[in-house]
Design a protein around this ligand. Structure first.
Ligand SMILES: [Zn+2]
Length: 68
């Protein structure tokens, strides 16, 4: 019997991956729009200072940094 369930996003019911939380989760849609976060993880995390600043702010506003 497999008792391990993947973590699920409580808002969307989808698997709660980093990509989901950063790019797709409806819970953070407003914050994502405000910060203009790309909906593609590769783009969102591309190593340019502007992106790093955006992701940093995003993690701060969503309090995701507490989970990482
Ligand atoms: Zn979600």
């Amino acid at each position: 019997m497999n008792r391990t369930e993947p973590d699920q996003c409580q808002t969307c019911g989808k698997t709660s991956t980093v990509e989901h939380l950063i790019c797709h989760c409806r819970k953070f849609a407003d914050i994502r729009t405000k910060l203009n976060i790309e909906d593609n993880l590769e783009h969102a995390l591309s190593p340019q200072p502007i992106n790093i600043q955006k992701i940093f702010n995003y993690l701060k506003l969503t309090k995701l940094y507490q989970l990482i």
